[in-house]
Design a protein around this ligand. Structure first.
Ligand code: BGC
Length: 263
């Protein structure tokens, strides 16, 4: 499977970003394409935006796509921070058919339905970090957390993903964790870094009492300025900052597409 190229697309709250990735090395092979997320971000509207990203790349192979939702067997099940019409949507069929209708796919014979793999955004980011980033070569239980509008999680044992952990929704002191400890909560409540770090530490402590990870990898927008908060965190588990930053979702999505279509 040397040098397998796949297009990975990360569907976020503000942007839909895609790039072609060498899934053996994690290297990005083209210029990243970013299109604003449509509002409302209904399944049909997001599928059109994803199609526009694919078309801009002029790419006709299998595509990996992230969603900020639990995805099992291609079906989106939750919608904490996306349009409420997503749960129950067969995302694999939706994207597969939409991308199969693109002229490139028709010409290459990839239509009418293109192979797509859809997975949770944090699971995708975790796959990339554990393989190519801050968790590379780490064994044991690794817990990746993405800190943004919500809190996403991805749990690994010896590099293998246990999909669909939703640790952002742990109850911490009677509150849904992400409603108080996400980056959005910090901005909404105008918390200083020390105040937010205290809240986030409390969250990590609840989580580590339940899961006992060997390593936390912290990613998302806040990973761009770790000096502000990393030294303030208190937890017994080793903590490292994600390395691939906002490319992690794209790389992980492409990796998932490569795995899914391997013989
Ligand atoms: C969702 C997760 C998602 C995370 C980050 C949470 O609110 O429940 O599925 O991974 O946000 O986007």
């Amino acid at each position: 499977m040397n040098g397998m190229r796949r297009l990975g697309i990360d569907v976020g709250g503000t942007g839909v970003k895609g790039n072609v990735v060498d899934t053996e090395t994690g290297e990005l092979l083209a210029d990243r394409v970013r299109i604003e997320t449509p509002h409302p971000a209904t399944p049909e509207a997001v599928a059109d935006t994803v199609a526009a990203v694919v078309e801009t790349h002029g790419y006709d192979g299998p595509v990996g796509i992230t969603l900020p939702s639990v995805v099992k067997a291609g079906i989106a099940h939750t919608a904490a921070n996306i349009d409420p019409t997503w749960p129950g949507t067969d995302a694999v069929t939706l994207f597969g058919e939409r991308l199969g209708r693109l002229p490139d796919a028709q010409r290459s014979g990839a239509g009418p339905s293109r192979p797509v793999f859809v997975l949770n955004d944090a699971d995708a980011a975790g796959l990339a970090e554990v393989r190519f980033g801050a968790g590379a070569g780490r064994r044991g239980v690794v817990c990746m957390l993405t800190i943004g509008t919500g809190i996403g999680s991805a749990l690994f044992l010896d590099g293998r993903l246990l999909p669909s952990s939703e640790f952002g929704h742990l109850q911490v002191d009677g509150h849904d964790a992400e409603s108080r400890a996400s980056a959005a909560a910090r901005e909404r409540e105008e918390l200083s870094w020390p105040k937010w770090a205290k809240r986030f530490s409390r969250y990590l402590q609840v989580l580590e009492d339940l899961v006992w990870p060997d390593l936390f990898i912290l990613g998302g927008g806040v990973s761009k300025k770790p000096d502000k908060w990393l030294p303030l965190l208190e937890a017994r588990t080793e903590i490292v900052v994600a390395q691939l930053q906002n490319q992690a979702g794209i790389v992980g999505a492409a990796m998932a597409a490569a795995e899914d279509t391997s013989p």
